[in-house]
Design a protein around this ligand. Sequence first.
Ligand code: TYM
Length: 340
Amino acid sequence: TPRVFSGVQPTGSLHLGNYLGAIRRFVAMQDEFPCIYCVVDLHAITVWQDPKELIEATYHVTAAYLAAGIDPVKHIVFNQSRVSAHAELAWVFNCVARMGWLNRMTQFKEKAGKDRENASAGLFVYPTLMAADILAYQATHVPVGEDQKQHLELTRDIAQKFNHDYGDRLAELGYEEGLFPMTEPIIQGPATRVMSLRDGAKKMSKSDPSDASRINLTDDADSIAQKVRKAKTDPEALPSEPKGLEGRPEADNLVGIYAALAGQTKEEVLAEHGGAMFSAFKPALADVAVSVLAPINDEMRRLLDDRGHLDQVLTSGAERAAEITAPVMQAMRRVVGFVG
Ligand code: TYM
């Protein structure tokens, strides 16, 4: 049975990359599949988080999910630490995954930086927890931005190795197909990798020290307009077709952002704006950005004023999530040979 799972870390404030690459895509999948959207607080603490800020950020991501249009009644919204299956299955996957596989993860190398000796052990095994998130629900589709692709490949490797290592036992217990599915990454649309507004070679990120490098979901109309106006560009006019964007990373990024916000393809954007200078295109971009983000921003503020409602969403979500994991975890225990 098809099922969608995805997650966002409650660290810092959400930005346009998170929205266009992930959250907006989450919303789009609700009509077609049963969906589970998680606030991954266990992942957040792989780097130090101030406890009060972690609490705030957890509500912030929850509010962003709802404000963007995720339906927490038809679907499931919850925070990861409330459902014990995530940490439990991650342990088993730590024993399935190989050191060599984890050593190849580029996100660990980026996040640990030069001082690897001082990175948390949790940061190293981050991807096994992510595999557990997905596979505890036997999820088949995972919408994410481009930067998560390698983690999803690892998730498939872990599922495959588990199904293979325990193949005989699985067959004996009647799981001929294996216990865990080969999850499909869903990386689609014109904004799967939104770049920094200050540097077309760097991705837009929560951790970039320059606030001007990103548009935050909480930015007001003036700061959005200002950040777009100051965005780095080249001096050429826009081309009339996407192939003219090759070798122009900043131009390509702004056209991709426009397309995603307007619900168009890059072709459509360039058919309309080809030949325009950035002095004309940037105000148009700021306008679409404000028209999409302002209502989300307003709704987030309203939701954040009612913590009782957000708590209710997370509690109900966690209960329903745990119910889905229970039979999967029970099967995992029998397969592995845990008594009880
Ligand atoms: P996180 O919290 O870093 O980012 C959340 C989502 O936003 C996407 N994203 C981007 N998309 C386009 N352009 C960008 N500049 C950009 N920056 C971030 C990410 O690809 C992601 O989809 N490991 C995950 C969280 C996670 C998860 C999971 C995801 C934990 N468990 C299970 C899917 C399934 C992460 O760090 O996302």
